[in-house]
Design a protein around this ligand. Sequence first.
Ligand code: GLC
Length: 614
Amino acid sequence: MRTTRREFFALSGAVALSADAAPAKAHFFTPFDPQARTLLATLSLDEKIGQMTQPDQLFLQSLDDIEKYHLGSLLSGGDSDPKTGNDLVSWTELYERYQKRALAAKRRIPLLYGIDAVHGNNNLIGAVCFPQNIGLGCTGNAKLVEQCARITALEMKACGVNWAFSPCLTAPQDIRWGRTYEGYSQDPAVIAPLGVAVTRGLQGKSLNDPLSVVGCAKHFAGDGGTFWGTGQPKGNGERYPLDQGDTRLDEATFRKLHLSQYIPSIRAGVGTIMPSYSSWNGIKCSANKRLLTEILKDEMGFEGFLISDYGALQQIPAANFKEQIAISINAGMDMVMVPEKYVDFFTLLKENVAENKVPMARIDDAVTRILRVKFAMGMMDPKTDLMSIPSATKAFGSAQHREVARQAVRESQVLLKNEKKTLPISRSAARIHVGGKCADDLGNQCGGWTITWQGQSGETTKGTTILAAMKKAISPSTQIRFAKDGAGAEGATIGVAIIGETPYAESAGDRVDLHLAPEDVAVVQNMKRAGIPVVAVIVSGRPMLIEPILDKVDAILASWLPGTEGDGVSDILFGAFKPSGKLSFTWPSGDSTSLHIGDPGYKTLFAMGHGLTY
Ligand code: GLC
């Protein structure tokens, strides 16, 4: 059953967006069809399939495989760094070595080089890391979010990389999911304008601006709506609870919650979209022709190309990899992220075409879409400089960029509780006692997707911890002492317990229990026993169950995962700026019997939109 475009928008309950957020329909890519089709007509089947193949550079067997397999793209997955070191020079050498090899090949079709620049160019040491999306979702400031994305594009072009796997348009419905923090909100109406903002920030006013990169809206669709217990197999007979699971919804609800937020980003010209690992009513998104072709391409009018998730085709129920490839390409997948098995993919897709299991028309459509984007980016023009951009290299990690990130941190902070005007803290307080595992830990305040895929605690990159920021902000007469367990608070003016989560990404972040860790509760108790006012700052990738401290603390600040610029948290703690953040997720109470939004057992402690100020 095909629905018309008008029916689609009615069905989707297309979110009520401001004119700014719902740009008028424009054709960003089809105007390049004449050049794309002219080039396509000269390509051999091998050269066409090469454009559809994306290995991870970590597993490239030889630099010459770029020409041998006519590769159109490479990626650096979360842990796929230069062997020479994790710094701007090494990344620039890595990217330029691959791009130069592609330009030296007979067809000279440049590479799209993809990376998860999801909160800054966060794989690189020294890059500015912005607040993770859950924090940006609380700012309500699309213009600021666009600025952050623009700086992300700049700090990518500083090493030449030209494709960001961002924005993530997920609408997490169960905060026990390990990717909750990659979502701006549970509500598509909040997500949609921020998806447009990031698309515009990354892609600029024109995709062929040398400082622009192409974006990737992900993960299409319903990645955040999976049901408990349906997550991906662990390989030992068990499953992760939620990640890559099954979203079981009727079509109207699915459209409203998980499709509608893509419409404005498509209209804003996002160049690529990544289908989700997860399933919709038992069908893998990567294998779902109705979803990828009939709905996304035909009804929603997406004109760019689809890039699979990392090895996602190998999760498709089928007899073998060859069949998985045929199913996904025929469903509408255009380029495939085959980190290691790129030679198999190349060979097997070619066999599928030879055996008429994948029609040449489908190959031509996929390659036309890929080439359209490359032409729109100006990459195919021999005069375009595809190497790193000196002005961007100069601005990488700059103080100016950090100031914008600091503002984003400030505006992402949500003041949940503030009894007796405990906050703001006076800069000239006699003594401030600070505790907690997230007070002086840059890795914890950045979260996952930072330097490494999973992120890690400790001084993993350059930035300012919340404690270091507080030390800079206080008056010369003020004493500040830090004890990780919060002990020794006796005699202090106030205690600040900076607690929460340590880094994680994807399935590793799926949690059964979201209560604060015992050591975090202990920090608060140690301070409370000292008989002083206590402020809790929660550094986490999601709302947590905070009843154990709720009545023990006088103020609670949700800091989310603020990134490298801890000064933004200090600005709020000391009242240099008033808190303006509003919850973009409901905050559940500890007596909920389910944390899946909409379940009868879900009980709200703080509603969406909650946020106090001074
Ligand atoms: C990951 C994620 C996706 C990311 C991709 C490349 O598994 O699902 O968000 O863009 O692989 O790293």
